[in-house]
Design a protein around this ligand. Structure first.
Ligand code: ATP
Length: 234
């Protein structure tokens, strides 16, 4: 559904992405992996239109999106759940969720989507009037994902799901992602945590120094000698 072809991205004279090409298939959980400064944020910011690419092409269902504004890309159905969650801590949970539904495509399904996210995360409905800042880290990540779902995504990009969370909470959130994927929403997980991501992803793409270093089926990649050595300490 989403295709990057020979994407190059610069910050001034610094090149952050080099001839990057990969494709995400509809209905999958895919993973974009790499260490600090590998270029993951640059790649997803290029997809979301936050950073403009200098050459190459990004298409969603064969429609060019790389010249569109971030707002137009949201209307196409690509939604980012940002690293660090970026909630409004002094606003109630439900108001944080409502903020996810500002686009035209989201407004028409507001009630249906609110029901969907509360069924997915019942704790958020129980606490809907509480301030988002009063929740635990795991619950705040649920709000961030739920806010993304309120935008009615075709592709949900989740940046650093596991950052700062205990492994048991990450396990629970991963189950939630599988439930979301089962409703037909495609997910791109952007992670430094290689092992956890490969456990749920179908396909994975590993970036190194802004270039695609490895890609393929996650079950095959987990046995790749370079990946084992560089990311799994084996
Ligand atoms: P992290 O997980 O630390 O965010 P990342 O894989 O997302 O890492 P990027 O943030 O995309 O990596 O960074 C890729 C390269 O681009 C790095 O060398 C970084 O220093 C550089 N870079 C990123 N943003 C900018 C910017 N706004 N101006 C200049 N250089 C930047």
């Amino acid at each position: 559904m989403l295709k990057l072809q020979n994407v190059n991205l610069f910050y001034g004279e610094i090149q952050a992405l080099w001839d990057l090409s990969f494709e995400i298939k509809e209905g999958q959980i895919a993973a974009l992996l790499g260490a600090n400064a590998a270029g993951k944020s640059s790649a997803i910011n290029a997809i979301s239109g936050i950073e403009k690419i200098s050459s190459g092409e990004i298409t969603l269902f064969d429609k060019e999106i790389h010249k569109m504004s971030p707002h137009e890309i949201v209307e196409e159905g690509i939604i980012q759940v940002p690293e660090g969650r970026k909630l409004f801590n002094y606003m109630p949970i439900q108001e944080n969720l409502e903020l996810g539904a500002y686009s035209k495509r989201a407004k028409k399904d507001f009630k249906k989507n609110l029901r969907f996210v509360y069924d997915l995360f019942p704790i958020l409905e129980e606490r809907k009037s509480q301030m988002a800042g009063d929740l635990s880290g795991g619950q705040q990540q649920m709000v961030a994902i739920a806010r993304g779902l309120m935008a009615n995504p075709k592709l949900l990009i989740i940046d650093e799901l596991s950052l700062g969370l205990a492994p048991i909470l990450v396990q629970q959130l991963i189950k939630d992602l599988i439930n979301i994927r089962n409703t037909g929403i495609t997910i791109l997980l952007v992670e430094q945590n290689v092992q956890q991501s490969l456990a749920i992803a179908s396909d994975a793409y590993v970036l190194e120094n802004g270039r695609l270093a490895l890609s393929g089926n996650a079950t095959e990649l987990i046995n790749d000698p370079h990946l084992k050595k560089a990311y799994l300490g084996m």
